[in-house]
Design a protein around this ligand. Structure first.
Ligand code: SIN
Ligand code: FE2
Length: 196
């Protein structure tokens, strides 16, 4: 089960941008290391009860931000409400996110094909929102070798996947160069998850 909800939050750009500015005062964007020994080209931070981190040892959901050693900033109601309503619209009535991973892509950022598999309960979907520049989202199969389909995710689009599509490989092939009136030369992606 998956669904692309075009322009679901396109009137919320300014509010989202302001909320991210507050969150990143406490938990700044950072380029995390991967277990493969390079730094990601996507800058990340989190809000909610848990945040997602990567380091040389692996990937984890953790209660405190390793940079500040404080709890992650709480998830704004605006975020939670959007995530729950998009999940509902896509057929997931009981979505209860405890983590929002915030990704910032510059025009050279990419995210290679991967599965989201660090969460405890795979019956809960992944709810993703895109803002700012267009990102070419690759949505593949349950095997890495399946040729992915490309979706051009634009400002305000939501993409929800779960159920028997929950473990599909996905990534960001590239960002389309441009200037967004709110987000400038960045793409912002929020992914809501039930981590624990
Ligand atoms: C992710 O897979 O965590 C992010 C996907 C996206 O940026 O659209
Ligand atoms: Fe992902």
């Amino acid at each position: 089960m998956y669904k692309l909800l075009k322009s679901f939050a396109s009137n919320k750009s300014n509010d989202i941008n302001n909320a991210i500015k507050e969150i990143t005062k406490k938990a700044p964007f950072r380029y995390m290391a991967t277990p493969y020994g390079h730094n990601m080209s996507v800058a990340m931070t989190s809000c909610g009860d848990f945040g997602w981190i990567s380091n040389r040892e692996g990937y984890y959901y953790v209660k405190t931000d390793p940079v500040s050693e404080e709890l992650w900033p709480s998830m704004p109601d605006l975020f939670k409400d959007l995530a729950i309503s998009a999940a509902k619209e896509a057929g997931f009535d009981n979505f209860n996110p405890d983590c929002c991973l915030i990704n910032r892509y510059g025009i050279k950022s990419r995210l290679s094909l991967h599965q989201d598999r660090d969460e405890k309960d795979f019956s809960q979907p992944i709810v993703s929102f895109s803002f700012g520049l267009i990102g070419i989202f690759q949505f593949g199969g349950l095997e890495r070798t399946t040729k992915p389909q490309d979706f051009y995710l634009e400002n305000g689009d939501a993409f929800v996947w779960g159920g028997n599509d929950r473990m599909r490989y996905h990534g960001i092939k590239r960002i389309v160069i441009g200037k967004d009136p709110v987000f400038g030369d960045n793409r912002i992606n929020l992914t809501f998850r039930k981590a624990i």
